[in-house]
Design a protein. Sequence first.
Length: 326
Amino acid sequence: MLLGKPSDISSSEITPRDDYFRYLSRRRFLKGMAATGAAALGADRLAQFAVPQAVHAETRLQTVKSPLTTTGEQLTSYYDITHYNNFYEFGVDKSDPAKNAGGLPTRPWTVKVEGKVAKPLTFDIDDLLKLRPLEDRVYRHRCVEAWSMVIPWVGYSLSEFIKQCNPLPSAKYVQFLSYFNPKVEKWSYEDATIYWPYSEGLRMDEAMNPLTLLTFGLYGETLPNQDGAPVRIVLPWKYGFKSAKSIVKVRFLSKQPRTTWNDQAPNEYGFYANVNPNVDHPRWSQKTERRIGQPFYAQRRTTLMFNGYSDQVAYLYKGMDLRRDF
Ligand SMILES: Nc1nc2c(c(=O)[nH]1)N[C@H]1C(S)=C(S)[C@@H](COP(=O)(O)O)O[C@H]1N2
Ligand SMILES: [Mo]
């Protein structure tokens, strides 16, 4: 049970990191009160703090500042980032992952590396956490469904990990495969036509771009299960579905891999899927987006080419025809 008034965690509040941790420690203090001297406060006074939610189980990560962080954006609230999710293995509604992902077994956890590498490797999650300093990186997040958030992720550039994998020159693509266990993720059966396990992929140069983040946390703490614990990928210039969660396998390949949404509907979800306001989804416009947490009457935002990261990534697509990139 979370002990914090819903109004404490309203979406529109500014939650810079310090405020956020003040908020968290207050929440923990209240939790302690509930366990010990709750009666002193009076049940009626405590009741107002009770909203149904799993116990907050995330742990604090040691992080450093990052030159690659996005500035000038108001962060989306922790509550919205962790309760408005796409994680189809745990259900199709935005509120499903927060309710259903609790059983995802995030320890022990390994990431297997195979394919076009000098030799196959297995990384333990706790070693991955120590491989490089963990950076705080704020990124805009734009879902193909035309909504967006601003999320303070924690991680390091995927390129640092790839260097440890010793890919062969024949490795032209990287594929990411998510944890898949229908016993845990019963909801994945809801649509048996989906290509499981969840698969995503990148061209090698995209994977090596410094913005591509191997992600272990958000708001300075380990990832909640619903956001892809214990490790995921984050690609801020691409539609959200490219950012595969709860990764167990990384494959280096000579050919473009099959990917879940591209497989599902190739005319709606491309392999590149770069954020592009000039190419509409066949069923809706991509020119604007709804920022999650803003009041319903707030104006929609103009979607930016490459989600505003052109300076860092446009070079990757020089000469490519992006007019059919969904
Ligand atoms: N394994 C897996 N990864 C996934 C998805 C999914 O359904 N399964 N959904 C994708 C989509 S569509 C989005 S928008 C983001 C959402 O990430 P968030 O819930 O942490 O904001 O995760 C992506 N990664
Ligand atoms: Mo998405």
